[in-house]
Design a binder for this molecule. Structure first.
Ligand SMILES: NC(=O)C1=CN([C@@H]2O[C@H](COP(=O)(O)OP(=O)(O)OC[C@H]3O[C@@H](n4cnc5c(N)ncnc54)[C@H](OP(=O)(O)O)[C@@H]3O)[C@@H](O)[C@H]2O)C=CC1
Ligand SMILES: O=C(CO)COP(=O)(O)O
Length: 346
């Protein structure tokens, strides 16, 4: 059995640590707050993030990062996207032997438009301390994984051996892990579904019903696929767990922070009010900015993302955004692969 380091003791880092501990691995869960580490080690709970859940004793809380990563071959990175670069820079300073990094974060960096695996590779450039990078993604709310409810996810890496290693580490009776070689598609699907979940929550907050939700999800998936394929993803990935699967769970679940944030905005709350009341990360806000910028740069048509961008950052009223979306020029529904790749005239 392996020693595995986990960076990020929020809801997802803790739930994934439980999966690893159930598989008899020794889990070193790094957190930045001493009182949280004491809670994990003394009470075997993490009440702020997974209330009411008893953690397996093989999960040990760590505050010293050098100690956390000593002699580990695999490190799981699960901090919010905005904290990824700092986390990797700290990690690079303390690593003494090469590791496989598997991340489970869902986002794209505004400004650089980099995916998480690209940020990790960039921060390790010129170093031999990074063996491989992988992503674990799919329809998986921490609240349900911590209750050991049947869950399916996918792992992707440009090195298939790394995917197989991660698959073996995580797979069990409650947590089924598939592999998919399409790293770009898996990361893009996981990051962008949060935008669509925000919009689904928002339309619910405005009093709109299931027809609208189905429209947003279906046309949302179309624009996610368009952006992903333009970046080199396999379109079929978006019909899989990290695409459609994650879109379904995030757009329809009460657990989704993105959906709940969207609903509050639809009910008239300001972005600041919503974010201060959440207490957990709402990745879709920053990803909306990153995807909006990226879509403009790559000339990919993303009307739902653009509408949300205008609502969040430019003060457009959600009702006006709806009118704008419904008033767009007539279109065919189904695109050809060639349309995905050549959209300069759109
Ligand atoms: N929750 C879920 O069900 C799922 C989440 N994800 C993804 O996992 C990632 C993490 O989300 P999740 O665990 O839910 O987030 P949470 O909000 O539950 O927890 C965030 C964690 O990150 C830590 N953190 C925040 N900022 C920093 C920083 N600057 N440096 C170091 N640590 C930091 C927090 O520490 P502190 O408590 O000290 O603030 C906390 O431990 C996100 O990208 C999310 O999209 C993916 C699948 C499922
Ligand atoms: O990614 C998730 C489920 O797969 C979690 O989504 P939220 O961040 O919206 O809660």
């Amino acid at each position: 059995m392996a020693n595995i380091a986990v960076m990020g003791a929020g809801s997802w880092g803790t739930a994934l640590s439980m999966v690893l501990a159930d598989n008899h691995h020794d889990v070193r869960l790094w957190a930045r707050r001493e009182e949280q580490i004491a809670e994990i080690n003394n009470n075997h709970t993490n009440e702020a993030y997974l209330p009411g859940i008893q953690l397996p004793k093989q999960i040990k809380g760590y505050s010293d990062l050098s100690e956390t990563v000593k002699d580990v071959e695999v490190l799981l990175l699960v901090v919010p996207t905005k904290a990824v670069r700092d986390a990797i820079q700290s990690l690079r300073k303390v690593l003494t032997s090469p590791v496989v990094i598997v991340h489970a974060s869902k986002g794209i960096e505004p400004g650089t438009h980099k995916r998480i695996s690209e940020m990790i590779e960039e921060e390790f450039e010129g170093s031999d301390l990074l063996k491989d990078v992988a992503v674990l993604s799919g329809p998986s709310h921490a609240e349900e994984v911590s209750l050991r409810q049947p869950t399916t996810v996918t792992v992707s890496s440009s090195n298939n051996d790394a995917s197989l290693l991660i698959q073996d580490l995580f797979m069990n009776q409650h947590f089924r892990v598939y592999t998919n070689p399409d790293l770009i598609g898996v990361e893009i699907g996981g990051a962008l579904k949060n935008i669509i979940a925000l919009v689904c929550g928002l339309t619910n907050g405005l009093g709109m019903g299931d027809n609208t939700k189905a429209a947003i999800m279906t046309r949302g998936l179309a624009e996610i696929t368009r952006l992903g394929v333009k970046q080199g993803a396999n379109p079929l990935t978006f019909a899989g767990l990290s695409g459609l699967g994650d879109l379904i769970v995030t757009c329809t679940s009460v657990h989704s922070r993105n959906w709940r944030a969207g609903q509050m905005i639809g009910q008239g709350k300001s972005l600041d009010e919503v974010l201060s009341s959440m207490g957990m990360v709402v990745e879709g806000i920053r990803t909306t900015q990153a995807a909006f910028e990226l879509a403009n740069e790559l000339k990919v048509e993303m009307p739902i993302t653009s509408a949300l961008y205008e609502v969040l950052f430019e003060g457009l009223h959600p009702k006006e955004a709806t009118e704008k979306l419904m008033g767009r020029i007539k279109k065919h529904e189904v695109e050809q692969i060639s349309d995905f790749l050549n959209q300069d005239e759109l």
